[in-house]
Every structure is written in C-alpha cells, then in structure tokens.
Design a protein around this ligand. Structure first.
Ligand code: DGL
Length: 263
C-alpha cells in the first residue's frame, strides 16, 4: 500500500502559508507540519551566523521528532543562507525558496525587473549570484524592505496598514528610465499575502512573481504525484512563540490543537 508522505514547511512566520496553499493543492494526500519560528520574527534582522545556528538547531529537533519525507524552507531570508548547511547536516531532501530572478528576466519585455525582498535577502551573495547568472540583458533593481513582512502579518491579523505605508515600501521598485519596470519578483514569502494591496498601490501594472507554484512543482517532482487518491492528509501547525494564530490558520483551512513547540 502507498505510504502517506509528511512535508514540513518552515518559515519565520505566516509567509510560508502562501507556499502551503499551493503544496496542499498539489499533494492533498500528504500530511503537513507547518512551523512558524515566530519567536525570532523577523528573520531579516538576524545576523547570518545567528540565523544559520537557529534554523539548523530547530531542524535538528523537528526532523528527529516528526521524520518528514521532505522539508520546504518557505523563507527566502533563511534559504539564501542556510540551505547549504541544512543539506550538509541532514539526509532529508530540502526545497528552498530563492528569488525567482531567472523566470522574471526571461519573461520581462521591457527588461526592467525589480527584486523585492527583506534587506537581508537582497544583500545576500546568493541573490547577487542569481543576477549575475540569469539576468542576461535585464537591468535588475534590488529593493530591500524592513517593514513589508510585518505589514503582511498585520493584514492577516485584520489590522491592515494604509496604502501610503505600502506604497512607500514598493516605490523604489518602479523605475522609468525610458523603459518602465514590468516585473517584480516577490522575494519574500510574506509578500504574496499583500498581493491585492500591492496591485492597488502600484503606480502602473506590473507582473508580480510569486514563487509558490514553482515550489509546489519542485516538491511534486521530488515526491511524485498524489498516491492516495481521494484521501486527505492532516495539517498541524507549530509556533515557536507558543501562541499559534488560530484565526489566521483557520482561513488557510488549518485547524490544529497541537501543543506548540517553544524555544
Ligand atoms: N518570509 C520570509 C522570507 O521569505 C521573511 C520574513 C522575515 O524577515 O522573517 O524572506
């Protein structure tokens, strides 16, 4: 009989839910464990060695306790610095979330692309190497935001910030030097939570690239397609703060009474 797969999804907060919703649609028969390291949110503020140590330490505990078949690091800020260490340390396959620069540049007509991420993500060598390798004839503008991930969490909690605040964060993405930016890479998994707001405040229409569908395709490539037809798995959520956001989880179809992991 086919065995039920367990997929662990990890983020600093609620942003990984944008990846979860694609994954659960692609593999509804899998069991999911959603882990939000919200005690350390936002990751954008952590120094690289501290972030590597924190994520590797948590993974040690989580992998031993839950024996996932695959782990998705649904966080650009973590993936761009900790993936190599995680792959070195653990045998389980990891799928990371890194800025979708290659498809963005391939699809841009004006050849003006912006990458909107946390300040840490846009400064990482990993991101700069993606630009060197895949930007080709595109001019890429890196825009780091210290606030948008928090705004996305506030939006989910029912306390949205105003258009002016969001507009100020994304304004540097919109360049018009004879040609206008036509593509913005959402290089933080929190930002698709604000997609409707980003579209409203954008000074002109652009293509916002959410990497979640590509991540779901990669997971299906590695784990294979649905094996338990018609059978739905379970989803459990752990919040390192010890305070799971039940109302938000419910909106993503996650109802869990599981005690939280505290750290
Ligand atoms: N969701 C995380 C990402 O994709 C970032 C938010 C944070 O700074 O913790 O980068």
């Amino acid at each position: 009989m086919a065995e039920r797969k367990t997929i662990l999804i990890f983020d600093s907060g609620l942003g990984g839910l944008t990846v979860y919703r694609e994954l659960v649609a692609a593999r509804p028969d899998a069991n999911f464990l959603y882990v939000a390291d919200d005690a350390a949110f936002p990751y954008g503020r952590l120094a690289e060695p501290a972030l590597i140590a924190r994520v590797a330490g948590l993974m040690d505990e989580l992998i031993a306790a839950h024996r996932p078949d695959l782990v998705v690091i649904a966080c650009n800020t973590a993936s761009t610095i900790v993936l190599a260490e995680l792959r070195r340390k653990f045998a389980v396959p990891f799928v990371g979330t890194v800025p979708a620069i290659k498809p963005a540049c391939a699809g841009s007509v004006t050849k003006r692309v912006s990458v909107l991420g946390t300040e840490a993500t846009v400064q990482r060598e990993y991101t700069r190497a993606l630009i060197r390798d895949y930007a080709q004839d595109c001019e890429v503008t890196l825009v780091g935001s210290t606030k948008l991930a928090g705004y996305a969490e506030a939006e989910l909690d029912g306390a949205p910030v105003g258009d002016a605040e969001i507009g100020a964060e994304i304004a540097p993405c919109f360049r018009a030097d004879g040609k206008r930016t036509d593509t913005i890479v959402l290089a933080c998994t929190h930002y698709p939570l604000l997609l409707h707001r980003l579209r409203q405040v954008a000074p002109w229409p652009v293509n916002f690239i959410d990497p979640a569908p590509a991540i779901a395709r990669r997971v299906v490539d590695l784990l294979g397609p649905v094996t338990l037809l018609g059978s739905t798995g379970t989803t459990t959520a752990l919040f390192t703060s010890g305070q799971p956001r039940h109302a938000v989880l419910g909106r993503f179809g996650i109802h869990t009474d599981e005690p939280s992991l505290t750290r």
